[in-house]
Design a binder for this molecule. Structure first.
Ligand code: NDP
Ligand code: GDR
Length: 356
């Protein structure tokens, strides 16, 4: 059992992929972890089941609070109750395509939500007590200006999500400069894991590869196969977030692997890991059907998954994080895909009724 380190952390978005990895890491380091979770009509704590503690436990190390990034009074009250030494703001409507359908809500939760937390620190006079981490994103770069992208690369977001996150990024910088808050942005490139949400492209692919090979699904429908992303492992990125808040000075850091991969190649590798060799023909919109060796079409391009504006290419330069934080991604995309496919095969074998 880890001995308490006397520190409290508040993690918003604790029920999400990154929140689950970060909460686990903080508990291992001896923090008392407070998590913000939304009220939901069904259980939404699946990702933190293994660290979940009964509220009746006499000395709970993980304490969950109901809350929402769109509710300022609730955030202020939780901050007042926890008096956290470190706040990790991971809560967000994090799906880029969904942000085109819900732009105002995304602005409220992902943009103004950041301001609400920063203001809570200011109102409660916690500025010399509380350090703040903002989950910024490579989606800020958007339209390609230069590659690889680093902390100096200009931003040009391409979605309501990216624009909302731009506001959060600058508010974090502004509160640091205006009020002296220890507030840092992690500009994180895509990171995935077996805990990744099922509608993000990597997990959608690894689940489908597992389901198709087990005879539970006939076909996978995808959008833009030409998009290129710098995919790392979420567990390693959670460690990077923590390291940012251990620095004497607040700052902004890129976390990335430095390697980029197309959606097409990720699909090929994931299916290969599941035991299926895919045959591709043509590219872009000409690429309508992708078959296995017998000619059966397993992957089809469906324009409904094309975005109104796309981010074509992301590849990050994390040399500042390496130099200042001693952080470097070790898990490459090939290993990541294999881990995700293996995990999805196991889940599906355990659950005989899953249908897609
Ligand atoms: P997830 O979508 O897995 O998790 C998002 C979390 O935010 C969930 O716990 C969700 O709750 C919660 N949430 C959503 N809306 C609200 C709200 N209005 N109030 C309170 N909580 C809310 O995202 P990730 O874990 O992948 O990402 C974590 C953060 O990092 C996000 O801010 C994301 O934008 C950012 N990011 C992610 C990257 C990635 O590649 N994963 C890269 C760069 C940045 P619920 O479980 O109830 O839905
Ligand atoms: P992204 O991740 O938009 O980069 O945002 P996502 O996995 O959704 O898309 C990556 C790329 O794949 C293309 N794509 C598809 N995407 C989805 N979701 N579904 C499909 O069927 C599909 N087909 C092709 C997309 O067009 C895109 O180019 C993620 C989120 O975690 C953000 O919160 C985070 O900030 C960024 O990563 C960095």
């Amino acid at each position: 059992m880890t001995v308490g380190n006397g520190k409290r952390a508040l993690v918003t978005g604790v029920t999400g992929q990154d929140g689950a990895y970060l909460a686990r890491l903080l508990l291992e380091k001896g923090y008392e972890v407070h998590g913000l979770k939304r009220r939901s009509s069904s259980f939404n704590t699946g990702r933190i089941e293994d660290i979940y503690q009964d509220p009746h436990d006499p000395d709970p190390r993980l304490i969950l609070h109901y809350g929402d990034m769109t509710d300022a009074t609730n955030l202020i009250r939780i901050m007042q109750e926890c008096q956290p030494h470190e706040v990790y703001n991971l809560a967000a409507q994090s799906h880029v395509q969904v942000s085109f359908e819900t732009p105002e809500y995304t602005a409220n939760a992902d943009g103004v939500g950041v301001l609400r937390l920063l203001e809570a620190i200011r109102i409660l006079k916690l500025k010399d007590h509380t350090r703040f981490y903002q989950a910024s994103t490579s989606e800020l770069y958007g339209l390609i200006q230069q590659t690889p992208q680093n902390e100096q690369t200009p931003f040009y977001p391409r979605s309501p999500y990216g624009v909302a996150k731009l506001y959060g990024y600058w508010m974090t910088v502004n509160y640091r400069e205006a009020y002296g808050l220890h507030a840092s942005n992690g500009i994180l490139f895509n990171h995935e894991s077996p805990l990744r949400g099922e509608t993000f492209v990597t997990r959608k692919i690894t689940r489908a590869a597992a389901a198709i090979v087990l005879g539970r699904q006939d076909k996978l429908y995808l959008g833009n196969l030409d998009a290129q992303r710098d995919w790392g492992h979420a567990r390693e990125y959670a460690e990077g977030m923590w390291r940012m808040l251990q620095q004497d000075q607040p700052d902004d850091y890129v976390l990335a692997t430095g390697t980029t991969t197309s959606v097409r190649d990720f699909t090929r590798w994931a299916f290969e890991d599941a035991g299926i060799t895919l045959e591709f023909s043509g590219t872009g919109e000409a690429e309508q059907g992708i078959c296995n060796k017998t000619g059966r079409i397993l992957v089809e391009v469906d324009p409904r998954y094309f975005r109104p504006a796309e981010v074509d290419l992301l590849i990050g330069d994390a040399s500042k994080a390496k130099r200042k934080l001693g952080w470097q991604a070790k898990i490459g995309v090939r290993e990541l895909a294999r881990e995700m496919v293996t995990a999805d095969m196991e889940i599906m074998r355990r659950d005989p009724v899953t249908k897609d």
